[in-house]
Design a protein around this ligand. Structure first.
Ligand code: BG6
Length: 490
């Protein structure tokens, strides 16, 4: 890999501490960083290089998946780090930063390849990009890239404005928008499941599939993030990005060539075909909810409105379910159901594909129920694929019962790279397959925008649901109306 500089904005923040330093360290130990790399951490407060290196080390010892550390390896890694105090709004600080970057480039004989990673509050994204451009940091003889965390905008208009500003400093191919769901192994695996298995490929369409269910349920509540979450709600926090990305990954069609740009093309086509929800139909297609108190794993938990920092009369959604239609020849008749919520019964991200049950009529007369075949893709915390088939149970007089054939793809443990490692590595080598392209982000906001407006105008009810449940009943009715039910709810 070519030598480079990695500039980290927000190096004293939480994400850097929990994820980014460990990811870089693990890449280093796995020899997936360039031999010559300069890593420059930026934050508001003053810190010496040594103090900063000490912080990096502490984070790694606390959060890295590796349990054992070799002192000389750690020393070698920390050597790459320097710190520079920077006020993101002060253009002189960028001049100082440029000097630090250049000095290290000279010392280490590093090419002018520069990665800028923005792990800061979104309100600073545009000012930083502008200053990177104006200070000359972005004028390089090598490549420059920008890695950026969510949220990308607060609605369609702000996302467009942000993108306009970023694109004055970076080309689209230089921007790596992180959606950490795209770093999950089982989300990445969807591509292989669909495209590397002719058997599945041939039934991946409306002729054979009855419906698709995408769930991302969480046990945690709003935690300490009320300030952000109460403005965002589940619709912005999960649906606009992670849920729609999973939808795209599931519904995309086999491209002629399997590579980053073709896959993005296919994902974009899914979003272009996604039927917009008309305002007058929103009530029948979308369900929103907010958790009230309840019990999870025998522990009582408070309702959303009682959470610290939440407005006691908040109308923010902590649960969203929706029925979506993709108007193209592969999926036109297949409902896609999505649901996501906090304080639900279990932590589970999964995709269930229910196949059409054309044989059930054959068994009609002898009281034999035949369940549909299901393909179940568990994304987290379990990582596996299972297929539900029907089989005779000899101990019950040959009664036909569903059985699950389970393919564990479990890849946890100290030896397996985490999402951030995979994503940072991809960005370093310039592979954008598992990053969100602007077109995908824009189309997602376009789909979400009328729903945001309907929420604001209170065009649909905000159902209460008990903590520890599967969300409001209305989310079950969405499926019942089409003769289906959510699979795997206990
Ligand atoms: C984040 C959201 O993007 O994803 C959080 O902001 C949410 O609210 C989290 O808890 C869920 O991620 P994961 O990987 O735990 O499913």
């Amino acid at each position: 890999m070519e030598s480079m500089t990695f500039v980290l904005f927000g190096a004293t923040g939480d994400l850097a501490k929990r994820k980014i330093f460990s990811a870089l360290y693990n890449l280093y130990v796995d020899q997936k960083l360039p031999e010559r790399i300069s890593i420059i951490g930026l934050g508001r407060r003053q810190l010496s290089h040594l103090d900063f290196q000490e912080k990096v080390k502490e984070s790694i010892l606390t959060f890295s998946r590796r349990l054992e550390h070799n002192a000389s390896e750690m020393g070698g890694f920390l050597d790459a780090f320097r710190y520079s105090a920077l006020d993101v709004t002060n253009s002189e600080d960028y001049q100082k930063l440029l000097q630090v970057v250049k000095q290290r480039e000279n010392e280490l004989e590093i090419k002018e390849n520069r990665m800028f990673y923005l792990s800061v509050s979104p309100e600073f994204f545009d000012i930083i990009a502008l200053n990177i451009k104006e200070s000359g940091l972005g004028r390089t003889n090598g490549w420059k890239r920008l890695m950026i965390e969510k949220p990308f905008g607060h609605d369609l208009q702000s996302a467009r404005e942000l993108n306009d500003k970023l694109s004055r400093a970076f080309e689209e191919e230089e921007i790596y928008r992180i959606d950490h769901y795209l770093g999950k192994p089982m989300v990445q695996n969807l591509e292989a499941l669909e495209f590397a298995n002719p058997v599945l490929q041939s039934i991946w369409n409306q002729e054979h599939i009855a419906n698709v269910q995408i769930t991302a349920s969480e046990i945690v509540g709003v935690e300490e993030r009320a300030g952000y979450y109460d403005q965002a709600g589940a619709i912005r926090d999960m649906v606009q990005n992670h849920m729609l990305q999973m939808l795209m990954m599931t519904a995309m069609h086999l491209p002629e060539k399997i590579n980053a740009s073709e896959i993005r093309n296919e994902k974009r086509k899914v979003m272009e075909a996604l039927r917009k929800v008309k305002k007058e139909e929103i009530q029948s297609q979308i369900v929103r909810g907010q958790y009230i108190s309840g019990e999870i794993n025998d522990q009582s938990v408070a309702g959303y409105k009682e959470e610290p920092g939440v407005n006691p009369s908040s109308k923010t959604d902590t649960f969203v379910a929706a029925r979506l239609w993709i108007d193209n020849p592969f999926w036109a008749k297949v409902p896609f159901y999505i649901r996501t919520g906090k304080r639900m019964k279990e932590k589970s991200t999964r995709i269930v594909i229910e196949f059409k049950n054309t044989l059930k009529l054959h068994y009609k007369d002898n009281d034999q129920k035949v369940e549909p075949n299901l393909l179940i893709i568990e994304i987290s915390p379990a990582e596996n694929v299972s297929l539900q088939l029907n089989s005779k149970n000899p101990s019950k007089n040959g009664k036909i019962e569903p059985v699950r054939i389970n393919f564990s793809c479990e890849q946890t443990g100290v030896g397996v790279p985490e999402a951030y490692e995979r994503l940072i590595y991809d960005a370093l080598i310039g592979d954008s397959t598992f990053f969100a392209h602007w077109k995908e982000v824009e189309l997602s906001w376009e789909w979400v925008q009328p729903i945001l407006e309907a929420f604001e105008e209170e065009l649909l009810p905000l159902y209460e649901y008990q903590s520890g449940s599967y969300g409001p009943d209305a989310a079950n009715s969405l499926l019942l109306e089409n003769g289906f039910k959510w699979w795997l709810d206990e």
